[in-house]
Design a protein around this ligand. Structure first.
Ligand code: 9MR
Length: 374
């Protein structure tokens, strides 16, 4: 080859390289699924002061599935959990049966690991939950304790658990699901209310506040997205407690929705009426299940409808001043509680079993982005 030809070849080669360079940016990097770069995540899309969260899969229904503990064993899952979210909630790892398995015996390892992970990834933590009718250990439910003993057990539990993570938990779901759909207290199934009377609710908040004055203390429930008898019951109870000086900071709607039913169209107005009381609000367990027969895939129309529900719920929260935290109850269908609890329903989260983003993912991301631009 003569010198000018060589030069030409070199110029051509570098031109080709230059052309190839931007295209490479769109190639999978081996670390992220195609189309998912580290920059392009929900937490990056969100407004600065807004937490976008996920439950941390482990315990509960996971223990009867044929996979190991997701949070501990699934590397891809952990990577996405850290990259995508600015808040995490223990799905089961801080519930009574998990964290307090025997009288006087606490098992903190799993919750400690979640809190460490959150700190490493600069994430907030929502604590869940201290006072509930479900997932209580047998020793508690069948213990035949006197009222004084029960009170002491609850106080010790709340102060031990909340105290251990003091300063590290942004919001605690202190009391979970205390009302029936008709707005009456769940007296029959909630051991605390049944045995000690409704005043124990105020004590639970007081004890939690003593143990961590910096944590925001919430009521949390399902079926309270809309204005209805159950959400009205909270609207009546919370100001009554506040008037007595009980440290209640927030009201949270879980957001377990189904495309079988219409979207709760008064969600924003409902959150707003709690905001008007000076309370924080939050969406804490969002998912949108749909009917899918085993072995079949959801249709495009189903996925669009699901995306629309996620988007409207997020928009409702974003439109209310004190709603600064939106958590989804798991981000992948691989580990969702839904198919285990509802036969014939599933696909409720924003990513499929292979962590591929669904239309709901993009709806959430784009809604966060437009809010961040405002
Ligand atoms: O997702 C949780 C699942 O792993 C447990 O088996 C189940 C047991 O009740 O609880 C699920 O989480 C619930 C949450 O703690 C409270 N609101 C309803 C959630 C879905 O059932």
């Amino acid at each position: 080859m003569k010198v000018p030809q060589l030069l030409l070849a070199a110029v051509l080669a570098s031109a080709l390289l230059l052309q190839a360079a931007p295209a490479q940016a769109h190639q999978p990097d081996g670390k992220h699924p195609p189309g998912q770069s580290k920059q392009d995540t929900l937490r990056r899309a969100a407004p600065k002061d807004f937490k976008i969260g996920s439950a941390v899969a482990g315990g509960g229904h996971h223990e009867s599935q044929d996979y190991p503990d997701p949070f501990t064993f699934d590397k891809e899952y952990r990577k996405l959990l850290g990259a995508e979210f600015s808040s995490v909630s223990p799905e089961n790892q801080a519930k009574w049966e998990f964290i307090h398995p025997e009288p006087g015996v606490y098992r903190f390892a799993e919750m400690d690991a979640i809190v460490r992970f959150a700190q490493k990834n600069k994430q907030a933590v929502r604590g869940h939950t201290l006072f509930w009718h479900s997932q209580n250990p047998q020793w508690l439910e069948q213990g035949n304790f006197s009222d004084d003993e029960l009170r002491a057990i609850l106080k010790d539990h709340i102060q031990t658990v909340v105290g251990r993570y003091a300063g590290k938990i942004q919001q605690w779901d202190v009391a979970n699901e205390i009302f029936n759909d008709d707005g009456t207290l769940r007296t029959a199934d909630n051991i605390w209310i049944r045995e000690l009377g409704p005043d124990i609710i105020a004590d639970a908040f007081r004890w939690a506040h003593e143990a961590d004055p910096s944590a925001k203390l919430f009521f949390n429930d399902f079926g309270v997205e809309d204005i209805n008898a159950k959400s009205n019951a909270y609207l009546e109870l919370i100001p009554r407690l506040q008037a007595q000086g009980v440290p209640v900071d927030g009201f949270a709607v879980q957001g377990h929705l189904s495309t079988r039913y219409g979207f709760p169209s008064n969600l924003q107005a409902n959150l707003q009426r709690f905001d008007d009381l000076g309370l924080e609000t939050a969406v804490t367990e969002m998912d949108v299940r749909m009917d899918v027969a085993a072995g079949t895939e959801p249709t495009a129309a189903q996925l669009e409808k699901q995306a629309d529900y996620y988007q409207r719920a997020l928009e409702a929260c974003l439109a209310v001043d004190g709603c600064r935290s939106f958590t989804i109850w798991g981000f992948t269908d691989k580990y969702s509680w839904v198919p285990v609890f509802f036969a014939g329903e599933g696909e409720a989260t924003v990513m499929d079993e292979n962590f591929t983003r669904k239309p709901a993912y993009y709806a959430v991301r784009d809604t966060l982005r437009s809010a961040a631009r405002r």
